[in-house]
Design a protein around this ligand. Structure first.
Ligand code: NAI
Length: 342
């Protein structure tokens, strides 16, 4: 099994090489992202392995199919960058549904604490031997209300962490399933929360769920946390909300247009994205570049599950992590009939 691995970073290599050896999979690591222009690099490979900012739209899928690629292995949980419907019947898609959800939930809390206790400012100050406390006043999280949107694997862990801090938790989920959680309608969550954290997937329905209207409903000074997917928030509306002092702070590990900039070093260059530049310039905005997943444990988990997914597929077995647009559709779901998706 030979797999073309796109958007490879130094930190991906050790675990993928190790597990690849264990599962009999050879990887060709490409630094470039998968796009219609780079798809030809997959010629002669059995599959491709891609990450969050690679694109597998209809044009790319057509090319991969033409080159004989049989499988797209996502080394992430989200799959909004793959046209699953278009893949159906042509190329199988597998993903890593969970890899240390603790990594993402803990990073979310790290961002929140950094913001409310001004750690980012204090760090820079003391590096410069400036020991003044001016402007560093924060507030206690204890007793504050956090609204968690999406109570799946990551959302549930984040709720536990917040409870450890003595916060009151409200939650909203389209499919509320967590036990012991106080679910409320989205509007109520927006209006009552001091802190709002997004942990739902990006779908047509959730696209820009935090836009102009939602921001208008927020408590004045609310803090927004997004470690899920950038386009859950309308970045322009967020910027406006910050300028109007409606949004008290924003901590973003993801950004709508991140694929053009994240994971690359632009220091010394002029950033073209005015919205991102303006957001970063705000004293109450913290941006990390999609690093919430980046722990040793998560990297090993991602590599192991991806290699297992590929080995299961090439062995001809049903892969429980296969995605297809029929999944969950009881009538047509082949997996439920113990068969492959197509
Ligand atoms: P999950 O699938 O376990 O949970 C997602 C939850 O969102 C589910 O409870 C689901 O019912 C809910 N949901 C679905 N549609 C909704 C809607 N319209 N409104 C409200 N809730 C809705 O997913 P998990 O593992 O907790 O991951 C959450 C998100 O975190 C992923 O979709 C992914 O985009 C993001 N993520 C980000 C990472 C990073 O490094 N920043 C790493 C891993 C995941």
């Amino acid at each position: 099994m030979q797999i073309a691995f796109f958007d490879a970073k130094d930190y991906d290599l050790p675990a993928f090489v190790e597990y690849g050896r264990e599962y009999g999979i050879g990887f060709k690591f490409y630094e470039t992202k998968l796009t219609a222009d780079t798809a030809r690099l997959a010629k002669g490979y059995d599959g491709v392995c891609i990450f969050v900012n690679d694109r597998a739209d209809a044009e790319v899928i057509d090319r991969l199919y033409e080159y004989g690629v049989k499988i797209i292995a996502l080394r992430c949980a989200g799959y909004n960058n793959v046209d699953l419907k278009y893949c159906f019947g042509k190329i199988h898609v597998v993903r890593v549904p969970a890899y240390s959800p603790y990594a993402v939930a803990e990073h979310t809390m790290a961002l929140l604490l950094t913001s409310v206790r001004r750690i980012h400012k204090a760090y820079n100050r003391t590096k410069d031997f400036n020991f003044s406390l001016k402007g560093l006043t924060g507030f206690d999280l204890h007793g504050k209300t956090v609204g968690v949107i999406g109570t799946g694997k990551i959302g549930k862990i984040f709720i536990d962490i917040c409870r450890g801090f003595g916060m009151k938790v409200l939650a909203y989920d389209k499919f509320p399933a967590a036990e012991g959680v106080d679910y409320v309608p989205l509007e109520e969550l927006l209006a009552q929360s001091d802190v709002i954290s997004l942990h739902c997937p990006l779908t047509q329905e959730t696209y820009h769920m935090i836009g102009k209207e939602a921001i208008a409903k927020l408590k004045r000074g609310a803090i927004l946390l997004n470690t899920s997917r950038g386009a859950l928030i309308d970045a322009e509306a967020l910027l406006e909300g910050i300028k109007q002092r409606k949004v008290g702070a924003a901590c973003l590990d993801v950004y709508e247009e991140e694929s053009d900039v994240f994971f690359r070093d632009f220091s010394g260059h002029i950033i073209e994205d005015d919205t991102l530049a303006r957001l970063i310039s705000m004293p109450n905005v913290i941006v990390t570049s999609h690093q919430a997943f980046l722990t040793e444990e998560a990297l090993r988990g991602i590599a192991e599950t991806t290699c297992k997914n590929l080995a299961t597929f090439f062995d001809g077995d049903i892969c429980e992590n296969e995605l297809c647009y029929n999944c969950g559709n009881v009538e047509n779901c082949m997996k439920k009939r113990k068969e492959r998706c197509f």
